[in-house]
Write a protein that binds this ligand. Structure first.
Ligand SMILES: *[C@@H]1O[C@H](CO)[C@@H](O)[C@H](O)[C@H]1NC(C)=O
Ligand SMILES: *[C@@H]1O[C@H](CO)[C@@H](O)[C@H](O)[C@H]1NC(C)=O
Ligand SMILES: *[C@@H]1O[C@H](CO)[C@@H](O)[C@H](O)[C@H]1NC(C)=O
Ligand SMILES: *[C@@H]1O[C@H](CO)[C@@H](O)[C@H](O)[C@H]1NC(C)=O
Length: 241
């Protein structure tokens, strides 16, 4: 009796498991198809910004900004796509299409979050990878700089130093940190005693909100502007610059 019971239990378990995982796969693949179709419909140019696992460069794009090598393993959950926008409209399309189709967004800039939250998830997700959005304009006369979220702090330091021996920006010491995530999370470094954190020196931000609108400091309101200066990468909006 005992033997026959223990022989049937695993069989039942296996059948149940298979049928559940089949369901999950078929639901999520149509969800993913709809998401990709929605992106493709938003703009023909968008296609060049999308890597799916069938693109030969998907793996290298995925791994390029994985800074915690613990997650450079086949077991690390893969995103259904990597969208590497070249224009803010691609960010808007990704937010809208992901929301409409129940796909989670992970936003990645330098990939220095050591828990891998910018490129890992346990639900169906897309990586919105900011590496193509990395322009930096330094205006020494007005002592301001405009930086896109995919630029690294090393690139920012270089651009400032290239134009002035007397200026700098307070931020961290690891030069491959992405400005988007670093500034969004606070940004402490060598200059903080005198000049504070990176967030203390942020004058404005361009973000894409949850409904896909482009917002700046004036249109996003005080609360959101406060929240994105320390609240963490992508918790409240996608920081574009
Ligand atoms: C994409 O566009 C095609 C053609 O206009 C339309 O048939 C389809 O429903 C659209 N798909 C999505 C997900 O928007
Ligand atoms: C991925 O492959 C598709 C189909 O071949 C292509 O249209 C698209 O441009 C590729 N994406 C990238 C980022 O190379
Ligand atoms: C996914 O991860 C979140 C955050 O760690 C956790 O709260 C949730 O229970 C997990 N969901 C599943 C289905 O594992
Ligand atoms: C600034 O950048 C330009 C263009 O890359 C370069 O030619 C020049 O040598 C740089 N100047 C300094 C001071 O680094």
């Amino acid at each position: 009796m005992k033997d026959s019971n223990s022989a049937t239990l695993p069989l039942v378990t296996i059948v149940l498991f298979l049928s559940l995982s089949w369901r999950a796969t078929s639901d999520s693949s149509s969800q993913v198809d709809k998401f990709l179709q929605c992106l493709a419909n938003s703009s023909a140019l968008m296609l060049e910004s999308i890597y799916t696992p069938s693109n030969s460069s998907f793996e290298s794009a995925l791994q390029a900004y994985i800074r915690n090598h613990r997650f450079l393993t086949p077991e690390t959950p893969k995103s259904v796509a990597i969208v590497a926008p070249t224009h803010v409209s691609h960010v808007q399309a990704t937010v809208v299409c992901a929301k409409d189709n129940g796909v989670q967004i992970r936003v990645r800039s330098g990939g220095h979050d050591y828990e891998g939250l910018s490129y890992r998830s346990n639900v169906t997700f897309v990586i919105l990878d900011m590496f193509n959005l990395r322009s930096i304009d330094v205006d020494v006369d007005n002592e301001v700089a405009f930086v896109q979220a995919g630029a690294t702090i090393g690139e920012l330091y270089y651009k400032i130093a290239n134009q002035s021996k007397d200026h700098a920006y307070p931020a961290g010491v690891c030069l491959s940190l992405g400005t988007g995530g670093h500034f969004n999370g606070g940004g402490y470094g060598n200059m903080m005693r005198k000049y504070g954190l990176s967030v203390d020196n942020i004058l404005d931000a361009q973000v894409v909100g949850a409904d896909g609108n482009i917002l700046d400091q004036a249109s996003m309101g005080k609360d959101l502007f406060w929240a994105i200066r320390g609240g963490g990468g992508a918790s409240f909006a996608v920081i574009v610059s």
